[in-house]
Ligand binder design. Structure first.
Ligand code: ADP
Ligand code: MG
Length: 590
């Protein structure tokens, strides 16, 4: 435990607080205020695009919603600006929800195209609407004021803007560092795995959409009261593109990188605009050309953005998550009666076009047993797993769990029953630590939402989730790698990591798809001991595995598939001697 003061943040805060008191020329102060306003939008984009992977060119429109809401209410209806603040933010949230609802379902490049479409459309809409003053906009917006003191000067509004920036950056950092944050971080590249552990992916996407929309609206609200007038120009597509560039140049995955990126872009633009025309002796837009070239160079030199370079250069270490020794234990699921019926696959069928991958397969798993599912490559084992866990829909047949039909449910609802899985092609989040990857498995064992996470009111719950994740990492033998990025692990270790993630869900049934592939002999023995231990505890296991030695010594029941069809089902010794099995599968190696 370290109880040193957070030196860097405190120095940063003092510099910010002292800045307006220095004898800086007024235009620099205005510039710094503009950097603050842009930072708010860019922080939203860090979560939306950098972390969530949802590229938006249309964020400037949300600034417009915030700015126009307060502009209309304060000028036409005389509402106090402090009362319009929640309304502006609400407007941003509602519009983000609406536009998000339409766009998050788009995949690939259609999503950014969708944001371009609304970015363009809303700019013209702002310019057409009469009560918004059309292209002339709205003027004579009152300044913010507190107890008769009006924030009119650049010096005074500076503190308001940067106060919001600092609070927002802290809130965003807290959010990323939480249970909801893990779900958001899983959006880019880890959605399937996250969904298998109960994360509602569409909801997580809408959450970041709304988060980013609200921040842009906040920026617009502040802008309206700083500028005291609004018109459509700053809310168009070209500003939307600039905001995205700020987030990307700063380092799209880093909250403070958004602030840094905003500063780099706006200062660069200002400097070029001021000095370059004199230098080259023309007034054509040569500065925009140089600006563009510099951006390309920056992105070439620093693909991850400038912030990671800066922190590495300054020598800032990423702090490891602390594992609390005395975090209270999580509740455990009541496991079903040993030997009773648990999972029942009934004439399950899956066709891919003309290919029958799973051909009317029926088998059962009893509570507290380890069942092996074997068969040659392409026999339909992984597809069967996907049918059970809801990743694929059945063409025909049914799957029941403790007598209840689960076929037709989505993966996250099936996860709620206590069914956890690993994937044949490992699905981990390589940039997240081993600990955080495993903690994602415990998603359904926590409940904290966005607001509690931003305010850090969920620390007790988070501590129990992390302690549980650490316990499972320790249990599977990856303890020494707890804080390492999961992407650093060897393939065999990644499979083991997936087992720990499944165990963090407190499962009643675990489905393991080739867990021993890539493991050395000793590691296989440890895995075998772990699975036996799980059976002792009453957890049921359904296991796909190729290593017959491994399977034979472990399982209570063996189910054999060949070309999608079940050819044997019974005790391992009986199945081993089954003529069809010998012919189809064991023949070559026996
Ligand atoms: P196993 O896990 O037993 O090796 P799979 O269940 O992965 O086999 O695959 C069974 C068959 O279904 C294979 O012929 C495979 O090519 C096919 N298959 C699996 N998934 C898909 C898919 N999403 N689309 C089309 N064919 C698929
Ligand atoms: Mg497979």
């Amino acid at each position: 435990m370290s109880n040193r003061l957070p030196i860097l943040p405190i120095i940063g805060l003092l510099v910010v607080a002292a800045f307006p008191l220095l004898p800086v020329p007024p235009f620099w102060l205005t510039l710094v205020n503009n950097i603050g306003l842009a930072s708010l939008v860019a922080i939203g984009l860090v979560l939306l695009t950098g972390v969530g992977g949802l590229t938006s060119f249309g964020q400037a429109a949300f600034c417009g919603f915030g700015a126009y809401t307060t502009a209309v209410l304060t000028t036409a209806y005389g509402v106090s600006p402090w009362l319009t603040l929640p309304l502006s933010l609400l407007m941003g949230a509602v519009m983000a929800l609406l536009l998000g609802f339409i766009t998050v379902r788009l995949s690939g490049h259609f999503l950014p195209l969708g944001t371009i479409a609304w970015g363009l459309a809303l700019y013209y809409l702002f310019g057409k609407i009469e009560i918004l003053g059309q292209y002339d906009g709205i003027t004579a917006i009152p300044p913010l004021s507190v107890a008769g003191y009006a924030f009119i000067s650049s010096q005074s509004i500076f503190y308001v803007i940067w106060g919001f920036v600092i609070l927002t950056a802290i809130g965003a950092t807290n959010l990323l560092d939480s249970r909801v944050g893990r779900a958001i971080r899983a959006l880019r590249g880890g959605a399937q795995a996250a969904e298998a552990f109960g994360v509602n992916i569409v909801r997580a996407k809408l959450t970041v959409f709304v988060f980013a929309g609200v921040l842009a609206a906040l920026s617009g609200w502040l802008y309206a009261h700083m500028q005291r007038s609004v018109n459509p120009t700053p809310f168009g597509l070209s500003m939307g593109i600039e905001y995205l560039l700020m987030a990307v140049v700063g380092g799209a995955g880093h909250v403070w990188g958004a602030v840094f990126g905003s500063a780099v872009l706006l200062v660069l633009k200002e400097v070029l605009q001021r000095f370059l025309p004199d230098l080259v002796g023309t007034t054509t837009n040569v500065e925009m050309v140089v600006f563009g070239i510099l951006l390309v160079v920056i992105l070439q030199v620093a693909r991850e953005g400038l912030w990671p370079l800066l922190t590495r250069w300054v020598g800032v270490k990423v702090r490891e998550r602390q594992i609390s020794k005395n975090a209270s234990a999580l509740d455990r699921r009541a496991l079903p009666q040993r030997g009773g019926p648990l999972l029942s696959v009934e004439t399950a069928r899956k066709e891919f076009g003309g290919l029958v991958a799973v051909n009317d397969v029926s088998f059962r798993v009893r509570a507290g047993e380890v069942v092996g599912l074997i068969g040659p490559n392409g026999a339909g084992k992984s597809t069967t797993f996907n049918l059970i866990t809801g990743l694929l829909g059945l063409t025909n047949g049914a799957v029941t769990y403790q007598g209840q039909a689960i076929s037709g449910l989505n993966p996250r609802d099936i996860a709620r029953f206590g069914i956890a899985r690993t994937f044949q092609h490992a699905k981990i989040l390589p940039d997240m630590s081993v600990l955080e990857n495993v903690a994602l498995g415990a998603h359904l064992r926590g409940s904290a939402g966005v607001v509690r996470s931003m305010l850090r009111l969920e620390r007790a719950e988070e501590a129990t989730l992390l302690a549980e994740a650490a316990r499972q990492v320790e249990r599977v033998g990856l303890g020494p790698l707890l804080h390492r990025p999961a992407g650093d692990l060897a393939l065999g270790q990644i499979r083991i990591l997936e087992i720990a993630r499944a165990l963090a869900a407190d499962p009643a049934l675990v489905l393991l798809d080739e867990p021993a592939a890539g493991l050395r002999h000793a590691e296989k023995q440890e895995l075998s001991a772990l699975l036996s231990k799980l059976r002792e505890e009453g957890v049921s296991v359904l296991l796909v595995e190729h290593d017959m030695g491994f399977v034979m010594g472990l399982v209570d029941q063996l189910v054999v598939l060949d070309f999608g069809t079940l050819i044997a089902d019974g005790k391992p010794q009986d199945v081993r001697n089954h003529p069809a099995v010998i012919a189809a599968y064991l023949g070559g190696s026996a």
